[in-house]
Design a protein around this ligand. Sequence first.
Ligand code: DX5
Ligand code: ZN
Length: 216
Amino acid sequence: MSLLISPSILAADFANLQQEVEMLNSSQADYIHVDIMDGVFVPNISFGLPVTKAIHNHAKKPLDVHLMIINPNQYLEAFRKAGAEIISVHYEACTHLHRTIQAIRSLGAKAGVAINPHTPVSLLEDTIEDVDVVCVMSVNPGFGGQQFIENTYAKVSKLKELILKKGSSARIEIDGGVNLTNAPKLKDAGADILVAGSFVFSSSDSIQTIEALKNL
Ligand code: DX5
Ligand code: ZN
């Protein structure tokens, strides 16, 4: 099966957001990855609801919203209304993860759980059957353009094993430092969705870069 590609709009030119979204519309991207950072859960602030809504107004691809925020429960409905199709919350930010997953699904969105590089895959053993996406962070969240953490391959293989063992239909998404060097190995390890920010937006031909990732 071919990979699903979710370019991260965090690396786009924010002064020309409509143009950037239209570029993604005309590409082979499957989703648009939207990184929400609150300056508390992660040491950076990105943007919030009005910008997400503005992206959605021009997007022809579903929005894959990655909430790097504390208390995500408080904002699930608002992000769903702003156009989120997938809503991923962080394992590390959810005291009652199972309840949060149910809340996302009850809004009609796909439920994603993101895990930081230090969080073992085994902690998802009791929720894997209830989630639609596991977002494996291959950098410490907070910034685009960081270096890919090599331990991710082993983590993806373990996660794939867990998914198969439990008969879960969860998809594996990789987020951070993805490029054409690590993407084939991630695919072999079991990845389904690749997020790519700087690699797509800083390339001279973003549409072609998306195509190259898609057709690995
Ligand atoms: C990191 C974000 C990522 C980031 C990916 O905190 O969650 O989605 O935008 O950007 P690159 O591909 O540049 O690492
Ligand atoms: Zn992200």
